[in-house]
Write a protein that binds this ligand. Structure first.
Ligand code: MN
Length: 437
């Protein structure tokens, strides 16, 4: 598989001048979202980020600038959800990416027609990018699994299947929202360690999880399995994903069938989906420590070994209600990198479908919390506070053991390396409201 093409050329510049300023959305990125003008009753439609602008795909598809497979993909991208574009497969989004790259380049003749299709990102509201039929959450960071496992099961942190099976559970799609989401603190059953019986009330151990969200592109029928060598052809792209978690509810309910109400009260994605093609310059080798079991053959492929990893820098920040009142910007809680994941995107997709499970365009796979090897790289506050035992002190002196009402969690991601243009994911931000009692 050839990874790089002319759309990745680091020399490319856009006639949209803000795209050349080193931000998240240069012409080498071209991620997709669904949007409409803020506060308007307009129909939602697909858009592509370029600099600080959105290219309105409903308008762009009417310009007559695109033809053949690119025009077919542009018309799919013009719809109110991206499921049709996702269903067309990697070839279609690649054809559209090439056409957009050529039309948005410095000096392109398409400028006259496309200029009127741009809106400032500051003036739009984003919707969910697609109808998410199913949501599955994986658990691919061995550092997170070990740290959390040692809190929940001190004598047995990493269960024996972990290094063999990409562990996951089926989540809930109905409460997934886009950045800007607010939700009430969940209420439920918990049992304190020293209590004989559970109690009922608002969660007191509310947490975030710093994850990647992986959108399935072309789907499969029941009984069909996706070989690992073809897995990425079924991936449309990747976003940032905050999988909110109520640790006290989780600890009491999770055995024997796994997470349930501790995870289904809210999950938040970033509006922009960065395509796997845009991530090509940031692919890295995937390998296992020699003392660990090597993946079974259905989870192993030459391409996955050579390029299966993704070098994506992740950052998690908090802005408390007091910080907001004092006009203080969000402050960093941790940083990690998706390349430290124990399982790759291709392995997740191959494993998910190996039993014949049908995958649908727009299905969302969570990567699991991405914690790095060092303690300060933890992707959840549960880990940062060592199970709620060591508070985190913020620059303004406030402390957090778990999240409090009014806290906003912000996640950002970007890729950079020598010889390539930096691309970013934008951000996902969402805020905890008081419980409804
Ligand atoms: Mn999760």
């Amino acid at each position: 598989m050839k990874l790089l093409n002319e759309t990745h050329d680091p020399q490319l510049r856009s006639w949209v001048s803000s795209a050349n300023d080193g931000g998240d959305f240069p012409i080498q990125n071209l991620p997709f979202a669904v949007f409409r003008r803020a506060g308007s009753g307009e129909a939602q439609r697909g858009g592509v980020a370029i600099g600080d602008q959105v290219l309105d795909m409903a308008a762009a598809a009417q310009t007559g600038l695109f033809e053949g497979p690119a025009q077919a993909a542009a018309q799919a991208a013009a719809q109110s959800s991206l499921n049709a574009l996702m269903a067309m497969g990697a070839e279609a989004s690649s054809a559209l990416r090439l056409a957009l790259s050529r039309a948005l380049r410095h000096g392109a003749g398409a400028r006259d027609k496309l200029q009127g299709c741009l809106l400032a990102q500051a003036d739009v509201d984003y919707g969910l990018p697609c109808r998410i039929g199913d949501y599955t959450d994986f658990y691919t960071s061995i550092h997170h699994a070990t740290a959390v496992g040692s809190l929940f099961r001190p004598d047995n942190p990493l269960l024996p299947n972990y290094k063999w099976v990409p562990i996951g559970y089926h989540g809930r799609a109905s409460t997934i929202g886009v950045s800007g989401q607010t939700f009430p603190r969940p209420v439920g059953q918990t049992r304190a360690a020293d209590a004989a019986e559970p109690s009922f009330g608002p969660s007191r151990r509310l947490d975030y999880e710093l994850e990647m969200g992986i959108f399935i592109g072309r789907g499969t029928a029941l009984g069909e399995r996706i070989p690992i060598g073809e897995a990425e052809r079924h991936v449309f792209g990747i976003c940032l994903f905050n999988d909110w978690s109520a640790r006290d509810i989780q600890a009491w309910e999770y055995q024997p069938l796994g997470p349930f109400l501790a995870k289904s009260f809210a999950s938040t994605i970033s509006p922009w989906i960065v395509t796997t093609e845009a991530l090509a310059p940031y692919r890295v080798a995937f390998s296992r420590p020699p003392q660990d079991p090597q993946p079974l053959p259905y989870l192993s492929a030459d391409f996955n070994s050579a390029h299966g990893g993704m070098d994506i820098h992740l950052q998690c920040l908090i802005q408390t209600e007091k910080m907001r009142a004092d006009s203080e910007a969000a402050t960093t809680l941790s940083r990690s990198n998706f390349r430290d994941s124990y399982w790759t995107v291709a392995q997740m997709v191959a494993h998910h479908s190996v039993n014949g499970c049908a995958m649908q365009p727009g299905d969302l796979l969570g990567s699991g919390t991405q914690s790095g090897p060092a303690h300060e790289q933890a992707g959840s506050i549960l880990e940062l506070t060592r199970g709620g035992k060591q508070p985190v002190t913020l620059p303004n002196g406030e402390q957090r053991i778990f999240l409090e009402d009014g806290d906003t969690i912000v996640m950002r991601g970007h890729c950079e390396r020598d010889g390539a243009v930096r691309i970013g994911f934008g951000e996902v931000a969402a805020t905890v409201l008081p419980a409804r009692v």
